[in-house]
Design a protein. Sequence first.
Length: 168
Amino acid sequence: MKRILIYLIEIILCFVIQSSTFHYFSLGDIMPNLLLILVVSHAYMSGRMTGLGIGFFCGLLVDLVYGDLIGLNALLLMVIGYFIGYTNKIYANDDYTFPVIFVAVSDLVYNFFYYIFEFLLRGRLGLSYYLSRIVLSEIIYTVLVSIFVYKLLHMINNRLNRKTNEEE
């Protein structure tokens, strides 16, 4: 129960920071995707079901506040969390390389499918412009931020695991 409460606090905190504070640090209207970092980090550290659940609630929160289509972000982040959760088997406690790579790949997949559902199906065909101007910039910015955010989330996860092991 404590773990779920911590996850909810992390989701709300990342959403508030992404929506309010990161506007001041945007580069050409590009901001890092903190919620994607949160989903990928927890899916990598805790597995498929945790990634799926956190992805669903992060995406649903974004959809309810900003989305035109309710469920698009929830679906995308949920699927990303589920598939990144398969990498939990290679989870190494001291490795920070894989999560950063997974964040980059997940951001590319997220933005590609977001383009398909939001723009391509509505007849806007500027894929090369979208990929070169928006997606590439967001991937770089998100990866740089993910280095620091993952370390913080990793410390919280280790502390929760230690508390759980002490209680057993």
